[in-house]
Write a protein that binds this ligand. Structure first.
Ligand code: SF4
Length: 165
């Protein structure tokens, strides 16, 4: 009995062997500040208008695979307990007020981390209906993590520069 190899195009496993049709992502490392919180970084996360893609990657960065917690970084429920803000998304009309209130509730000094292209420069939602501002127009972020969404390893790398671990 003879076996005939199926053409690759018809094989259900073709995606294992075919080259990807997209280019590799451009390397855009996080831009960081000289702040060092000496081992512990508590962040209050504020989503001011994200598509939730960045939140998925933040969850990964803090989960068991990338484990930002081992470097001292974690999210807290109240800005009163936080060293800073982790902001995702472009600032929408509905969230500009809550962002300002959260910022005012932070103990000083506080750091601000802009996570994802939307927070960095408006990303794909720049100029869209419902957008109030870009985060950089309201305040100056201390750490900028570009990417749409940023890779969890880039998020961990940026948070480690703040926690100093
Ligand atoms: S940067 Fe990309 S993934 Fe993150 S909120 Fe904006 S569109 Fe979504």
């Amino acid at each position: 009995m003879r076996f005939h190899r199926r053409p690759l195009a018809a094989s259900p496993f073709r995606s294992f062997f075919a080259r990807p049709v997209t280019d590799p992502p451009e390397e855009r490392p996080p831009q960081v500040t000289g702040v060092n919180l000496h081992g512990s970084l508590q962040l209050r996360h504020v989503d001011v208008g994200s598509c939730n893609g960045c939140e998925v990657e933040i969850t990964s960065a803090l989960g068991p695979s990338y484990d930002a917690g081992q470097f001292g970084a974690r999210l807290v429920a109240s800005p009163r307990h936080a060293d800073g803000l982790l902001v995702t998304g472009v600032v929408t009309h509905n969230m500009e007020g809550p962002l300002r209130q959260t910022l005012a509730a932070l103990p000083r000094p506080a750091v601000v981390v802009a996570c994802g292209d939307c927070a960095v420069n408006g990303g794909i939602f720049r100029g869209a209906q419902g957008v109030s501002a870009i985060l950089g127009e309201l305040l100056t972020p201390d750490v900028v993590i570009p990417g749409c969404p940023p890779h969890p390893s880039d998020i961990v790398r940026a948070l480690r520069t703040l926690s100093g671990r």
